[in-house]
Write a protein that binds this ligand. Structure first.
Ligand code: ADP
Length: 254
């Protein structure tokens, strides 16, 4: 379990995260939604331990900045930072060494194959297109097979094949019991199975709902998003949009 408790992060006068609290249950997938500038990247960078903030973040009860906690977390940043003088294969080796992985080649090859980079192994970081850099960024984050995976806007810049493959991969990781946090500002992209949704706006958590709560209200995640971010309330479909049930005077949908 990962617990974010009363985290506040300021950049000068800008309050990027304002008393943010939420929990990632073990083995669950949480989507972190919010418009641009909501504070999504800031809270993810705080969780991984890159930023100074007030409040506490623990991973299975251990402070997030300890090496023990860091070992079980993987982070896939929104913007890849590759080494121009390392090849694709060398980037994979670099990460494998950093995580002291002894037998990484099979897994590295499988990832490069899935994200169509197998024929780019000898290319240098700065010889890759933007989309390829993004795909390598994913492969590097996934290589150590962490228990907790933080993906910041992972679909940005990917081609349709990579988007399909990544969604499939996320689903496989969910089945394998990984704990995941996936941030996005594009609600349409959340057409995968998720367990909980945290919606941020202006640095604050505006909603924190489970999938069953949304399903129970018969609204979509998009409906909820606009309800909390723009105050556009959508009545339960069962109450207002099902002419048959309202004509019949019934209040519940089938
Ligand atoms: P999101 O990921 O939801 O788009 P961010 O966490 O990137 O939002 O940004 C939250 C707020 O913090 C924004 O107002 C943004 O301008 C500000 N911010 C983010 N990073 C920095 C930084 N390095 N320096 C100053 N302000 C920043």
């Amino acid at each position: 379990m990962l617990e974010v408790s009363h985290v506040t992060k300021k950049y000068g006068k800008t309050i990027a995260c304002d008393d943010v609290s939420f929990t990632l249950d073990s083995g669950s997938l949480t989507v972190l939604l919010g418009p641009n500038g909501a504070g999504k990247s800031t809270i993810i960078k705080s969780i991984i331990g890159f930023l100074k903030y007030t409040g506490t973040i623990t991973v299975n009860g251990i402070p997030n900045k300890t090496s023990e906690a860091r070992k079980i977390m993987g982070y896939i940043p929104e913007i890849p930072s590759l080494y121009p003088t390392l090849t694709v294969a060398e980037h994979m080796e670099f990460i494998a060494r950093a995580y002291k992985m002894t037998d990484y080649k099979g897994r590295a090859d499988e990832l490069l194959d899935r994200f169509e980079l197998s024929d780019k192994k000898k290319k240098f970081g700065d010889e890759l297109s933007k989309g390829m850099q993004q795909k390598l960024n994913l492969c590097l984050g996934l290589l150590p097979d962490p228990q907790i995976i933080l993906l910041d806007e992972p679909l940005l810049g990917l081609d349709p094949h990579a988007i399909k493959e990544l969604k499939k991969y996320i689903e496989e990781m969910r089945q394998a019991g990984k704990t995941m946090l996936v941030s996005t500002h594009i609600i349409d992209s959340v057409d995968m199975l998720w367990d909980r949704s945290v919606i941020m706006q202006g640095g604050k958590v505006r909603a924190n709902v489970s999938k069953s709560e949304i399903d129970g209200r018969n609204i979509t995640l998009e409906d909820l998003f606009f309800e909390v971010t723009e105050g556009i309330e959508k009545q339960d479909v069962s109450m207002s949009e099902n002419p048959e049930s309202s004509e019949a005077g019934e209040g519940s949908a089938e």
